[in-house]
Design a protein. Sequence first.
Length: 202
Amino acid sequence: MIQEWPAGVEIPLLAVRSTPKEWATVGRTLFQSRRWVQAKLAFERAGQERQANITDAHALREAARSMQSSTKPPPRRLAFCRAAEAFLRSAKESPYKAERRVLFHNAGDCFEAAASLGIKSEDCGKAGDAYASAEEFDAAVRMYRRCDMLDEAVRIVQENRAKMTPSVAENILELAKLFYFRKRDYKCVSCAGCLIVKLTLD
């Protein structure tokens, strides 16, 4: 770390080693300024591996976003997937619920960006899982719908409909009924239909 010494004050011959607490403070300041590379280094010197990993995830996402639109989709998709996986790892390591939700949201956002560039079904499904873990159930259902993962979408409604926008829940169940009917899966048609009736009565 750099220290400034006022005129007339004798400068020590040897630099004083910064403490982990000081490095952590510097890391937080750099993080807030979105200077990801420097912040990661500061957190590493502070011995705060978890914070360093979170910062690295942000750096990966920024790198993916900054890739030129002329870049071929596969490299950009992989860049977003790397960022998403980094956010997922950090979310699973975090002991704080609010922080976990933010990190899972960021993972979902990155997987959603990847889905627009490549393997839609795989990335949409992962985005849905991440949004569900963030307790953003409308977003989770939206992503599952995009890749026809209606079993997962219906499960989200079954378990979390009180936390969802009613119209979103009803629309996905209507869509699920048509989807299952075409597959002649009448058990699932009945299940989705019962849920719609219950939603209406509630």
